[in-house]
Write a protein that binds this ligand. Structure first.
Ligand SMILES: NC(=O)C1=CN([C@@H]2O[C@H](COP(=O)(O)OP(=O)(O)OC[C@H]3O[C@@H](n4cnc5c(N)ncnc54)[C@H](OP(=O)(O)O)[C@@H]3O)[C@@H](O)[C@H]2O)C=CC1
Ligand SMILES: O=C1O[C@H](COP(=O)(O)O)[C@@H](O)[C@H](O)[C@H]1O
Length: 489
């Protein structure tokens, strides 16, 4: 089933780093899907740029291989594939060399106010400043051109601030798109629909009714070939500072007045600013996967027996405001865990009085779980009567809504986050992109935790690959009389 789409205007998109992993695995397939679904017009141009010497034909071959590898065969339509490849062009360009930029200027031509123009920086962050500067100096962006930057956006508050400042010299905030691909995930956007398009939940969405919130992003993969990057970063910077905090913000924020980018981002920023400082020793657990049968340890994966980088984090946070006073937000993320599962679970308080004291069976708390992946959907755990004539016995049951089945008769392809985000750049919609002050607020909260770890210099607790993480993470909740939800696919 093809999702309903509104075509965007013909555009020019320059992808710096077009031969790299992100471009091949995510960006080119995302653009292909948008063309196939009728959203990207064939008059659009995607101009790849990297140092590799090749012409447009060479880049089309590289892109064709990327589509064949990263688009599901059932979705790869030969006609759409051909039409997509025809939109591609290529300019060999070392972004640090002045002389190379003229060829890009010639290929792009003068900016046309009717034709959106965007520059996607799919390169290492050390190039962000120089690219922004050269684009501005050559007048390539015109008055409306947009710049898209990837993560990591800094590695602490000072570096994020410096990056913001270097971009701000050449682009105003309304033209800077900082990617957090979790915001492009269908179910993350659905969280806003669930909260603000239904009258049912909002009256319950507060400390009077919510016992706690659990946010889990569990992966089965290890660091793979990304060891050199990951070992200098760790799970806190790689996942918590951005993706998990963004999920927390969307769960905890007040209803924005409208669905305008800054209305939403203002509300998220207020949540980040309301986060209470955490005690790194008491409220945060860091772990590292050890070796398992047929599985190398994290230390082996990164080739450093003494590495102190964490591949797992669990923590307890509090949003100190009227709505959430006293409600713990438990966050956890890690690699090489039992299953790939990402969800936000809102656990409600028990009923104030039970009339079922003498009844048999088992009552469970109401939990609203928003499943981000896999099998995007929403479940609501309830307590119902166990069917049958055996008297009043209680049993847990679930209202289960899997989006692909409910909304697409089982045949709906869930678009990848990058499909939505790249089209939003072209449409000039910043709602799902992080504003500079949000990124800085997130680092301001995360930095002291990392500083405390560095001061202690301890190794993270080892956990078994395929497990739910280190024992201490279980204790973090047991101490509060609560339990993590199962990590299961
Ligand atoms: N890969 C992923 O899954 C994710 C990546 N990111 C971020 O996306 C960005 C790109 O990552 P990724 O694709 O993995 O990186 P790669 O190392 O795979 O690709 C880097 C790209 O940059 C180009 N490049 C390097 N130096 C220059 C230069 N001086 N001038 C012009 N082009 C240059 C390379 O081509 P050449 O050598 O030919 O110049 C290549 O196309 C990074 O910021 C990364 O953190 C974010 C999230 C996920
Ligand atoms: O940003 C990142 O995200 C991926 C997980 O993304 P998902 O869409 O597959 O859930 C993570 O593996 C990677 O380490 C991190 O940089």
């Amino acid at each position: 089933m093809v999702a309903r789409v509104v075509p965007v205007a013909p555009f020019d998109l320059v992808v710096f780093g077009a031969t790299g992993d992100l471009a091949r695995r995510k960006l080119l397939p995302a653009l292909y899907h948008r063309l196939h679904d009728g959203q990207m017009p064939i008059e659009a141009r995607v101009i790849g740029a990297a140092r590799a010497q090749m012409d447009a034909e060479g880049f089309r071959r590289l892109a064709a291989e990327a589509l064949d590898e990263f688009v599901a065969p059932a979705d790869l339509d030969p006609d759409s594939r051909r039409r997509f490849l025809a939109t591609l062009d290529y300019v060999p360009l070392d972004v640090t060399k002045d002389d190379d930029w003229q060829a890009l200027a010639d290929t792009l031509g003068a900016p046309d106010p009717e034709r959106p123009r965007a520059f996607y920086l799919s390169v290492a962050p050390r190039f962000f400043g120089v690219i922004a500067e050269r684009i501005a100096a050559a007048g390539l962006a015109g008055a409306h051109g947009r710049i898209v930057v990837e993560k990591p956006f800094g590695h602490d508050l000072p570096s994020a601030r410096a990056l913001n400042q270097s971009l701000a010299r050449h682009f105003d905030e309304g033209r800077i798109y900082r990617i957090d691909h979790y915001l492009g995930k269908e179910t993350v956007q659905n969280l806003m629909a669930l909260r603000f398009a239904n009258a049912l939940f909002e009256p319950l969405w507060n400390a009077h009714h919510v016992d706690h919130v659990q946010i889990t992003v569990a992966e089965t993969v290890g660091v793979g070939g990304r060891g050199p990057y990951y070992d200098g970063v760790g799970a806190m910077r790689d996942m918590v500072q951005n993706h998990l905090l963004q999920l927390l913000c969307l769960t905890a924020m007040e209803p924005p007045a409208r669905l305008r980018p800054d209305d939403v981002r203002d509300e998220k920023l207020k949540v980040l600013r309301a986060l209470a400082p955490v005690d790194a020793a008491r409220d945060v657990v860091r772990g590292q996967y050890g070796a398992g049968p047929g599985v190398a340890s994290y230390a082996d994966d990164v080739g450093d027996a003494d590495t102190r980088t964490e591949s797992f984090v669990a923590l307890r946070a509090h949003v100190e405001n009227w709505r959430w006073s006293g409600v713990p937000f438990y966050l956890r993320t890690g690699k090489r865990l039992r299953a790939r599962m990402s969800e936000i679970a809102v656990a409600f308080k028990d009923p104030p009085h039970s009339i079922f004291a003498g009844a048999g069976g088992r009552a469970g708390a109401n939990v609203l779980a928003i499943r981000l992946q896999p099998d995007e959907g929403i479940t609501l755990s309830m307590t119902v009567k166990d069917p049958g004539p055996g008297g009043m016995r209680l049993t847990p049951a679930e209202l289960d809504m899997t989006f692909a089945e409910q909304l697409g008769g089982g045949g709906l392809r869930m678009p990848d986050a990058y499909e939505r985000l790249v089209m939003d750049v072209i449409r000039g919609d910043q709602t799902l992109f992080m504003r500079g002050d949000e990124v800085e607020a997130a680092w301001r909260w995360v930095d002291p935790i990392i500083a405390a770890w560095e001061e202690r210099g301890e190794r993270p607790a080892l956990y078994d690959p395929g497990s739910s993480g280190p024992e201490d993470a279980l204790m973090l909740m047991h101490r509060d009389g609560r339990r993590w939800r199962e990590i299961s696919a």
